[in-house]
Design a protein around this ligand. Sequence first.
Ligand code: 6GU
Length: 277
Amino acid sequence: MRIDVVTVFPDYLAALDLSLIGKARQAGLLDLRVHDLRDWTTDRHRTVDDTPFGGGAGMVMRPDVWGTAIDAVSGDPGEGGAHLVIPTPSGEVFTQRHAEALSHESHLVIACGRYEGIDARVAEHYRGAGTRVSELSIGDYVLNGGEVAALVMIEAVGRLLPGVVGNPESLVEESHGAAGLLEYPVYTKPPSWREHPVPEELVSGHHARIARWRRDRALERTAARREDLIARLEVATLDKHDLATLARWGWSVVDGALRRDGAGDDRGRRDSSARAI
Ligand code: 6GU
């Protein structure tokens, strides 16, 4: 995969030389190129922004500079062209599903805005020209620019590329995978640490018992921390034991879908919250 990042702070992306993504680049699995947007300015002051039409605070990034930059790094649109990613707090929220979809692309261009964002005509223009354009936010909080979001997306996408993660099995059970649950808690040596023993199921050697324990902890954790994920579970993928675990957290099946029990009864939840999840 090739990824071109355009930014006014190329140094922000220096972290991509490190760790797994750095290795993927060295191994030739990821062709990552970081560009300074100001290389495409034409004035003496290398201006990339201006005041907003309609008034208001802050500055908006100019579409002419962005257009020249994106054209220069996108390659030939006839050959499929690049998928344009614009990190912005007003985008769709970036999830593992977006990471998976983007990992199947051959070329991404990530346009990192600063200030109050990029002139809206840029996304509009490339969409109109048939380019795939994704405006994506990494969560409901405000950053000063798209660079940290680009780092997040490149790491999430990059680790899904074939050969980047050494053991592909580690991609299977982790949080936000296909099961739609958070990951179960994990433990290693020593077997007892500061009076905290490792749960006995995990040292039992019984494969089925371990699997059941992990599944229950994943369900409980998700129920405690992410009700939105429980509500989206496919009932057909849950066994009787799963439903019993969820019932203890106040969830039952109504008309084929999971529903939180009403009447504000959260006793089960409080009881379970009292122990480690
Ligand atoms: Cl992608 N950009 C900015 N500036 N702030 C954000 C964001 C992106 N995602 C969440 N907050």
